[in-house]
Design a protein around this ligand. Structure first.
Ligand SMILES: Cc1cc2nc3c(=O)[nH]c(=O)nc-3n(C[C@H](O)[C@H](O)[C@H](O)COP(=O)(O)O)c2cc1C
Length: 225
């Protein structure tokens, strides 16, 4: 875990440990800059416990989504909640998933269909930030879930047309993702090698694709588990 990581090992120390690839990976992980513990702890599991998620926790998670920022405060999001207790709704969401996702997602006690509202209410014009804002609401929800030891695995691999049909989602709204939500099954651990692009690949200054100098000073390939 993040806060159980030992102090940063130097490359030299890694060499003393036998110079194994494992030691080198460990060293590069521990060189990571710190981020908030909730962000560091979040990951996308596939092994969910059958333990139901308490209704009060679900309300809290949607409150977290509700308080996300959005362009013009339009709050262009909607969620279709399907708990395992609601077998009909749950199976409907499940049926929209790509086979590979359904295999593991069917163990999650809660599935949530996240929907974006594509037009503003106050003017009849497209809201080009609708997806952005929905993503922020889901990010809020996801981080708050982590604080409750709940985990979310988002999925784009689902049939949006089928979801629209099964839930009578009107024109002007777009089903964007399905979220599997639940507690972890046993001592589940994130995959050992979780990679990320280095900052220099996406933090620019001055001109497109010119890495910001501060981005070049850090090495951000992986992050701690
Ligand atoms: C919009 C979106 C769609 C995704 N779709 C899928 C999916 O269909 N199946 C899947 O197994 N994971 C899916 N993921 C999970 C990503 O693969 C995962 O977040 C990424 O590999 C980083 O891993 P981490 O979340 O554990 O840090 C999706 C994530 C997002 C945000």
């Amino acid at each position: 875990m993040w806060d159980e990581e030992r102090p940063a090992a130097t490359t030299e120390e890694a060499g003393k440990e036998g110079g194994t690839m494992q030691a080198t990976i460990q060293a590069s992980r521990t060189r990571e800059p710190e981020i908030h513990e909730l962000l560091a702890r979040r990951w996308s599991p596939r092994a969910f416990s059958a333990r139901p998620v308490e209704p009060a926790q679900l309300v809290r998670l949607f409150q977290a989504a509700r308080w996300a920022p959005s362009s013009y405060n339009a709050q262009p999001w909607a969620f279709i909640l399907a708990t395992r207790e609601d077998a009909e709704g749950y199976n409907r969401v499940l049926s929209t998933l790509a086979d590979a996702n359904r295999q593991w997602a069917q163990r999650a006690p809660v599935l949530i269909l996240a929907v974006a509202k594509l037009e503003f209410d106050h003017v009849a014009s497209p809201n080009r930030h609708a997806f952005y804002d929905l993503g922020q609401a889901v990010a809020n929800l996801t981080v708050d879930a982590t604080s409750l030891d709940l985990y979310i695995h988002q999925m784009g691999g689902f049939d949006a047309h089928l979801a629209r049909e099964l839930f009578a989602i009107p024109a002007g709204f777009e089903p964007v993702a399905v979220l599997a939500l639940g507690y972890l099954e046993g001592p589940a651990e994130p995959p050992a090698a979780r990679t990320r692009k280095p900052l220099a690949d996406f933090v620019f200054s001055g001109s497109w694709a010119r890495p910001a100098p501060l981005a070049l000073e850090t090495e951000t390939q992986t992050r701690p588990r």
